[in-house]
Design a protein around this ligand. Structure first.
Ligand code: MLT
Length: 404
């Protein structure tokens, strides 16, 4: 027999979202007549916009012709798409050769963990998107799970709470090799200011750390004073990589298309470029994003596509405003939901999973327990603004009937 990977054995439970799905299913079985509404996983619900749909259909039809057929492409993606992302989404701040497209930000995070290996030390925002921690554990870059603290040994947790404006006290932190940082943040909906990101970059440069910056929700930033990319910050090219995605702004959650920007200036301590090794990883374990989907990505970043993207984002942000208003009427403290599609609600003195269970079993609404994102998420619930308008309205009506 083969010995089990001991790193997987360190994980105390399943991945957060399947666990939520399991509880939803159990609730449905107990209440077969109930119509359960999800404000849980950040899964997009609105149809693709016409311009993108046409581009996808054209590309798919082309594959059925001798002239339009293509097989494997470059692992890094279409040169045209890499150029368009650099020009349209980064205003030329990054080079097309520094953008490698992929099947999504989550998958890129997993491959970055492969790139950096298991000898690195890691810091994460607490709470944070579970892949940063779970993936690091699976790679072997952590010790065991400590059930008393809810933390893995060897991982540095940076508490991000309303009390510190969701930004860690960098002066109190030990040095780590990697710092995962997500803004707009999943799950808290907080967006780091330019000054905060400048502090983070300064901290990383001083410590010779690398920031893995997750900007998957950057299109949700409406306030022009807030940075959408770490590369808007001076010095970031020497200390950061950025992962991002078409999932949330244009609904490619099922289609799968994302990218990572790895600047040429970023080097390991032996002076070798990180980009060279990143390219080696991508060409070895990845075969390029789907060619059809890349045509969809090209449509998403042309002028028509960008205008449609803004409408999709605005739709979900109206949902966010409805959820925030509902919580306010209920007297529940909430954060986020202004430049991000997540609302982070506080239930003082309560356990997140208990609040989750009440909302599920009494209102038939699925949300996400804050503690699933890390110990500092205890006592919070995350509501996602992704959903059909009618469902969001009905969910808020049901929530208002509960009292906490
Ligand atoms: C979430 O709900 O946190 C995300 O949508 C999950 C994901 O993007 O993988």
């Amino acid at each position: 027999m083969v010995a089990r990977n001991s790193n997987l054995a360190k994980l105390p439970g399943g991945y957060l979202f399947p666990e939520i799905g399991r509880r939803r299913k159990a609730c449905q079985e107990q209440n077969p007549g109930a119509r359960i509404i999800s404000l849980g996983i950040g899964n997009t619900t609105e149809p693709l916009t016409p311009h993108i749909t046409e581009a996808l259909a054209r590309a798919a039809a082309g594959l059925g012709t001798a002239e339009g057929y293509s097989g494997y492409g470059d692992e890094q993606g279409f040169a045209s798409l890499r150029q368009a992302i650099a020009d349209k989404l980064y205003q030329g701040r990054v080079g097309a050769d520094e953008v490698l497209t992929s099947d999504g930000a989550k998958c890129d995070i997993g491959r970055l963990q492969l790139l950096f290996g298991n000898q690195v030390t890691v810091a994460v925002q607490d709470p944070s998107y579970p892949v940063y921690v779970d993936g690091s554990v699976i790679m072997g870059a952590s010790g065991d799970f400590d059930s008393a603290s809810g933390q893995y040994q060897g991982i540095v947790y940076m508490p991000c709470l309303p009390e510190n404006q969701f930004f860690p006290d960098l002066g109190a932190l030990p040095r780590t090799d990697l710092i995962y940082f997500c803004s707009p943040n999943n799950p808290t909906g907080a967006v780091a200011t330019r000054e905060q990101l400048a502090q983070l970059v300064e901290f990383a440069l001083a410590n010779r750390s690398i920031i893995i910056f997750d900007s998957a929700y950057s299109e949700y930033i409406a306030d022009p004073s807030l940075p959408r990319s770490i590369f808007e910050i001076e010095g970031a090219r020497r200390c950061a990589v950025e992962v991002s995605s078409f999932s949330k702004p244009v609904g490619f959650t099922g289609l799968r298309l994302g990218w990572t920007v790895c600047p040429r200036d970023l080097v390991f301590d032996d002076g070798s470029p990180v980009l060279k090794d990143w390219n080696r990883i991508m060409t070895t374990v990845f075969n390029g994003a789907s060619n059809v989907v890349q045509h969809g990505g090209l449509a998403a970043v042309d002028d028509t596509g960008l205008a449609e993207m803004r409408r999709t984002v605005a739709y979900y942000m109206e949902n966010a405003a409805l959820i925030k208003r509902c919580l306010e009427e209920m007297g529940i403290e909430s954060h986020g939901g202004v430049n991000a599609p997540y609302i982070w609600a506080r239930f003082p003195g309560c356990k997140s999973w208990d609040v989750f269970a009440r909302i599920l079993n009494e209102a038939f609404v699925v949300c996400t327990p804050g503690s699933g994102f890390g110990p500092a998420g205890e006592g919070f619930i995350r509501f996602s603004a992704f959903g059909h308008r009618a469902d969001v309205v009905e969910a808020t009506e049901r929530l208002k009937k509960l009292s906490f």
